[in-house]
Design a protein around this ligand. Structure first.
Ligand code: FE2
Ligand code: FE2
Length: 286
């Protein structure tokens, strides 16, 4: 019932810098924006890959501790899949962000590269290897020849109780556990769940504390999962014990959306795309 990751959403402190980074350097495309009722700018919509978007919200306040912290419960990092990893590695090296001008080989068998955005949020790029558990879990053959950025590879959370999180993402939302990795000391480190071909949720063990969070804090806001039929998905996951925070309703962009949250309180939006919505029109943008 869930087709894939629709978007990742973050609030940023400086939209100009964020757009320069995500569009100018990383290569995403700005496809439309949404304004508040009083006319103030609200959200910039970037296209990451086919059917995958990034929502950037204005007016973030940088109040949180550093954006990346291994023991903090909640958002950890996000990852964009690409077949252009070498270009990004060269670009990142020439800017002094990484120490060698080449990607690394991850423990999961994929090539990757790590940088961070102007607000300090960790951003990973992945180039999939056919031998990785990710690609072996695909339902259909994967197009390794697609150019540029191809989509949202994964969104990663550090969790406080892995059993509770697996119950939510695997048993309730229905994502298959495709890979578990140990760290260098042999302790459980992370679990990968497949949302759709090429898109995953990554769950890290070890969350110990929750940072106090204000509504306008810069950083992660929510993860959106795209469904064909939001009311049917809501009925299904409610029957399996998921909390429903907002019942399905049609938004101003014509899409139907509803809200739930995972056991650590990370907000999850469920959305179906209306054919006349700006998201559907943006799918035509190359
Ligand atoms: Fe990752
Ligand atoms: Fe959203």
């Amino acid at each position: 019932m869930i087709k894939g990751i629709g978007h990742n959403a973050m609030r940023v402190t400086d939209m100009e810098k964020a757009l320069e980074f995500y569009c100018g350097i990383v290569g995403m495309k700005k496809v439309f924006d949404i304004h508040q009722e009083d006319g103030r700018p609200w959200i910039e919509y970037l296209k990451v890959g086919e059917g995958a978007f990034f929502e950037l919200f204005y007016d973030g306040v940088k109040r949180r501790e550093p954006a990346y912290h291994a023991k903090r419960i909640g958002y950890h990092h996000w990852c964009v899949s690409t077949n252009d990893l070498e270009r990004l590695a060269q670009e990142s090296y020439s800017r002094g962000w990484i120490s060698e001008p080449k990607p690394g080989l991850g423990r999961d068998g994929n090539w990757n590269l790590w940088i961070h955005d102007p607000d300090g949020n960790a951003l990973e790029f992945v180039k999939y290897s056919p031998e990785s558990p990710h690609m072996k879990s695909n339902a259909a053959p994967y197009d390794y020849d697609r150019k540029g950025l191809t989509g949202i590879g994964h969104v990663a959370f550090t969790v406080s109780d892995m059993d509770a999180s697996l119950n939510f993402y695997r048993d309730i939302l229905g994502f298959k556990l495709i890979c578990s990795l140990d760290n260098e000391s042999g302790e459980p480190w992370l679990n990968y769940l497949r949302v759709s071909d090429g898109s995953y949720i990554e769950l890290f063990y070890g969350g110990q504390y929750k940072a106090k969070c204000e509504r306008d804090d810069a950083g992660f806001m929510h993860l959106c999962l795209e469904c064909d039929d939001v009311p049917a998905t809501v009925a299904d996951i409610r029957g399996k014990g998921a909390p429903i925070d907002n019942e399905p309703k049609q938004g101003k962009d014509l899409n139907t959306q509803a809200w739930t949250h995972d056991p650590d309180g990370n907000k999850v939006e469920l959305m179906s795309i209306h054919p006349d919505s700006p998201q559907a029109k943006a799918s035509m943008v190359v």
